[in-house]
Design a protein around this ligand. Sequence first.
Ligand code: NAD
Length: 380
Amino acid sequence: MPFVIAVPKELAEGEKRVATVPEVVQKLTKSGHEVRIEHDAGTSAYYPDDLYTAAGATIASSRTELFNGARIVLRVQPPTVAEVDQLAEGTIVIGFMNAARNPGTVARMRDRKVTAFALELVPRITRAQSMDALSSQATAGGYMAAILGAANSPKFLPMLTTAAGTIRPATVLILGAGVAGLMAIATVKRLGAIVEAYDVRRAAGEQVRSLGARFLELEINAEGQGGYARELTPEEKEKEQEMVSAAVARADIVITTASIPGRKAPLLITRETVATMRPGAVIVDLAAESGGNCELTQPGRTAVEHGVTILGPLNLPAEVPFHASQMFAKNLQSFLALLFDKDGALVTDFSDEILAASLLVHAGEVRHGPTRDLLSGGMS
Ligand SMILES: NC(=O)c1ccc[n+]([C@@H]2O[C@H](COP(=O)([O-])OP(=O)(O)OC[C@H]3O[C@@H](n4cnc5c(N)ncnc54)[C@H](O)[C@@H]3O)[C@@H](O)[C@H]2O)c1
C-alpha cells in the first residue's frame, strides 16, 4: 500500500540540511510511495527542487499541500509546537527530537496523538548501524571541526621542506575520541599534522593508534554502560586535568569533542590552561552546545583570549549540508524499512528492538521513560 511521505524545509536557524535527497526519493517512489517535498527544502544543501522532481517526487508549495494526507514526515530537527499543530492525528514523524530540550514539542505531539521516532534513541547495535544518524552526523561534525581548526590557525599543518626553509608540522590535540573525534583525527592526519588524542575510554586507544595518532594514557578506564563514558571521580578528574593541560599547552590546534550522554560536557580546558597556550593556537569546541569542554567557550561565537582563538560552533554538520544530508537520508531510508512489513503495510506493534527503543511518543503517550519523567516533573 503506498503512503505519502512528506519532507518539510527545515526552519531552525542555521539548519541547511534536508531529511531526504533525490537518490533516496528514487528508491522510495520505486517502492510505490508518494514523496512530497516542500518547495526549496533541499536548496540550502544544494539539492534543488528539479532534482527531486526528476527522482519522482512532487513539490508542495505550501505546508497545507505538503501535509495533506501525509502518513510519514521526515525531518532533521525536531518540529516546533506550531509545526506539530499542522500534523494530523496518527502522523509518524521521524528525525532528531532532542526531547530534553524540547519538552513543549513532545507534550504537543502526545496531545495531538502524533507518533514520533527519535533518531538519537536508536540503539547502537550492529543491526542499527545503517540507521545511526548520531554517528553519520558526528562524522560530518568531526570533519568540519578539523577544517575549521586548520582554517583558523596561522600555521601550516604539514611539514614542508622548501627553498624558503623548513616548516615544522603543527601539533593537533583531539580530546574525546568517539565518532567525531576519530574523524577529526583522520582529517588532520591527512593534512600532515602530528596528532595526539585522549579519551577516558581505554578502548578508544586502539582506534586512535590505528589512525596513526598518539594516544595519551591515563591510568583509569571510564568506560560505562553501553560503551559510553561515565563521569570521573574527583581524584580521577585531577589526574586528567594535569595530563590534559600539559598536552594542551604544546598543541597548535585543540579539537574537543568530549561528552557524556544527558550530562553537561566535562570541563577539560580551564581558563588557566588557555593562558599557557601559544599565541595563535586554536581551540575548536565541538561540545559548545552542551556547555563546552573549554571554560572560555562561548556557544555559537568565536572568542580570542590570550591570543588563542576559541571557536564554539553550533551544529557543525549543517556546514557540510550536501553530504551530511545524504548520509542522514540513507539513515532514514534504512530506518523506514523497519516500518513496513513484507507486503508494504505499516507495522503497528513497533515491537522491533530498534523501533521500540526510538519510539518517543505514540497514541497519546510518551513512551520513552526519561522523557516521560521529565514531562511529569511539571514541564508539560
Ligand atoms: N553501532 C555501534 O556499534 C556504534 C556506533 C557509534 C558509536 N559507538 C560507540 O559509542 C560510544 C560513544 O560514541 P560517540 O561518538 O557518540 O560519543 P559521545 O559523543 O557521547 O562522546 C564523545 C567522546 O567523548 C569521550 N569522553 C567523555 N568524557 C570524557 C573526558 N572527561 N575526557 C575525554 N574524553 C571523554 C567519550 O568517551 C566519547 O568517546 C563509543 O564507544 C563509540 O565507539 C558504537
